[in-house]
Design a binder for this molecule. Structure first.
Ligand code: RIB
Ligand code: CA
Length: 314
């Protein structure tokens, strides 16, 4: 089987970096056609620099990085330095990237790439606010039926939200983009915090990652140790959800996830719950089930696989 072609749309972010390293460590299964960056955890200039640093850390400077939208479609950008640090990749000691960002705007490249590919050939993985993908769908609606699947980290339902009581960060930052993607008709698989909270990265696992000794593993462990510093008020131990890596894990091993096709929409109307993903888990609306919702993960096979793939990098 040829590796699955994916576009990774991202706002690195330490957990984004893990998702990218996990994917680049799986060349038999995944072909990362390109990486598109978006303003999110930190401003676009930093998410773009961080994406370049991560592909170089993986020994894959050949993977092109395209800068996308600096701000959401309607709202003002909200960033998360309180989690990821001022650089967005605090904890890792990585050199300034030698690889330049591509000249083409990410949204233009996304449209051109999907239109040039065979129908159903490209999967779009979004790890941050979905501004780039929503703008691409707006600019060229013909890409929608050509996309194989959108696999996204975002949303929350039984666990509420992490940006507000009702909304998870990626959706809260750009709820209008999320609403457009969820209702576009493209096949969507969503990894909400309900799922990612069951993918708790432990200090013990980080120790095994560090012990594998590659530079990628070492720097991944370094950035993770910074990332795990935030959240003592939310979690009983220093284990933390490695949110975005759950997207890569799904592409590689979907059977370790509890999942259910549901009707899902995004609140874009109210002020109190804007960005809330409303998941019809019990199908009470009778509305079309537009999203495959990932509810839980089996942590052991997930972390074993991620260790195996990241430690395979140089
Ligand atoms: O809520 C978690 C999400 O927000 C992750 O994608 C993290 O990187 C931040 O972007
Ligand atoms: Ca992210």
């Amino acid at each position: 089987m040829a590796p699955r072609k994916i576009i990774i749309d991202t706002d690195p972010g330490q957990d984004d970096a893990f998702a990218i390293l996990f994917a680049l460590g799986s060349p038999e299964d995944l072909e990362v056609v390109g990486i598109t960056t978006v303003g999110g955890n930190v401003p676009l200039s930093l998410t773009t620099k961080n994406a370049l640093k991560v592909v170089e850390l993986a020994g894959r400077p050949d993977v092109p990085v395209f800068a996308g939208c600096p701000a959401p479609m309607v709202k003002k950008l909200m960033t998360a330095e309180y989690v990821h640090g001022e650089t967005g990749l605090d904890g890792a000691e990585l050199p300034e990237p030698a690889t330049p960002v591509q000249d083409e705007h990410a949204v233009n490249w996304m449209v051109r790439t999907i239109m040039a590919a065979r129908e159903g050939e490209i999967t779009v993985c979004t790890l941050g606010p979905m501004t780039n993908l929503a703008m691409a769908m707006t600019m060229e609606p013909r890409i929608v039926p050509r996309i194989r699947e959108v696999v996204l980290m975002g949303g929350g339902f039984f666990e509420g939200g992490n940006a507000t009581p009702a909304a998870e960060f990626n959706i809260f930052v750009d709820p209008h983009a999320a609403h457009k993607v969820f209702h576009s008709g493209v096949p969507v698989t969503m990894a909400p915090i309900d799922c990612t909270y069951t993918a708790q990265m432990t200090p013990e696992w980080l120790g095994t990652l560090r012990a594998t000794g590659s530079r990628a593993a070492l720097e991944a462990a370094n950035m993770a140790e910074f990332y795990c510093q935030y959240g003592d008020h939310k979690f009983p131990t220093r284990a933390r959800p490695i949110h975005d890596a759950c997207v890569t894990g799904y592409l590689l091993s979907p059977n370790i996830y509890e999942q259910r096709q549901c009707y899902v929409t995004v609140d874009i109307s109210s002020s109190e719950t804007i960005g809330m993903t409303v998941v019809d888990w019990w199908h009470v609306t009778g509305k079309e089930k537009n999203v495959n919702v990932l509810r839980r993960i089996e942590p052991a096979p997930f972390f074993d696989l991620m260790l195996d793939r990241i430690s395979a990098l140089p």
